[in-house]
Write a protein that binds this ligand. Structure first.
Ligand SMILES: [Mn+2]
Length: 328
């Protein structure tokens, strides 16, 4: 069998790691983009399980920037099918500002959720700091409803439609979200892990030709091919900053049960780790979202398993290799 050093990408990692990479952690204790109590406590629950100490390694410096704090909001009369719109808009405007600031001092911004609506802010802040991005959305769901097509009105099911340039024509301007400047080309977006796609989302993904590897594709092609193709398609010239938005519900509920909208038949933790390992190995990973961990769902064992899975994914984002790392 192959020796440890014979694997294809190992020498490249050594080159990349001549530089010490700085990671900034930003907690987003926000859950009003969905309906279940508890997800707002996800960031602190992950931190309190020893996250920072776990992520540190030679070649990787991790700084905690604390939790995002956003201004009090007044209830808003509006016609949009976005629940808690005033809170969503106020929080993620601040997430955007903070993520941008973190990226001025760090190589990588890690946004810890909180629900997936926070990616409105983290992607916007990332784009403000670094320009055009490639976005890899790892999720059981497409999160691509527009305010008009959303069955629930929950903002965590809408961020992709609100961030994608071509989809902007599909929703009327929402004044409280006027700060949201990012319009990512649809060709820069790919999904991995889909298995619960709403009818109108299906139409939008097809219409705008958004790269989507569902669980069926993972089944047929394997996670290694799917990941390589996704990264290639969103950034064919291998030059763009990479944003990985990782919803813990992409993992199978047997691996990560404490989440608000679990769907059976998902990625194994090993498959999730592979995606993040490869994202790190591009050398262009500059933002990660880890969202939808809800420590109020399930029993203690469920919560522990879910947090542990989240930390393992974040370790991979920090370059912890299952092959072992070299000393600096
Ligand atoms: Mn999601």
């Amino acid at each position: 069998m192959s020796k440890l050093g014979a694997a294809h990408s190992l020498p490249k990692i050594v080159n990349l790691q001549k530089k010490v990479l700085k990671y900034g952690i930003l907690g987003v204790p926000f859950g009003k983009g969905q309906k279940k109590d508890g997800v707002q406590d996800g960031a602190d629950a992950i931190r309190n399980s020893g996250l920072l100490a776990r992520l540190q390694r030679p070649g990787c410096e991790v700084k905690d920037y604390g939790n995002v704090v956003w201004p009090e909001v007044q209830p808003l009369q509006h016609k949009f099918n976005i629940n808690n719109l005033e809170h969503v808009a106020a929080c993620h405007k601040e997430v955007s500002r903070r993520a941008r600031a973190v990226l001025h001092e760090s190589d990588v911004c890690v946004a810890l959720g909180g629900d997936h609506s926070l990616s409105l802010g983290s992607v916007d802040g990332h784009a403000a700091a670094r320009g055009e991005l490639a976005l890899l959305w790892v999720d059981a769901h497409a999160d691509a409803n527009t305010p008009d097509t959303s069955p629930s009105g929950s903002a965590h099911g809408m961020p992709v439609s609100l961030l994608a340039r071509e989809l902007a024509a599909c929703w009327a301007p929402v004044p409280p979200l006027g700060w949201l400047a990012t319009r990512l080309p649809a060709k820069n977006i790919a999904y991995i892990g889909l298995r619960s796609v709403d009818e109108y989302e299906r139409i939008l993904l097809e219409k705008f030709n958004i790269t989507a590897f569902t669980m069926e594709d993972v089944e047929r092609l394997g996670i290694a091919s799917v990941t390589a193709m996704a990264l290639q398609m969103i950034d064919p010239k291998l030059e763009l900053p990479l944003h990985v938005s990782f919803d813990i519900d992409s993992l199978d509920p047997l691996e990560a049960p404490s989440t608000g909208t679990p769907v059976r038949g998902g990625l194994t933790l090993r498959e999730g780790l592979h995606v993040m390992d490869e994202a790190f190995r591009t050398g262009r990973l500059s933002a990660v979202d880890l969202v939808e961990v809800n420590p109020k769902i399930g029993d203690q064992r469920d919560v522990t398993n879910t947090i542990e899975a989240a930390i393992k994914i974040l370790e991979a984002a920090c370059g912890h290799s299952r092959r072992g790392n070299y000393p600096q």
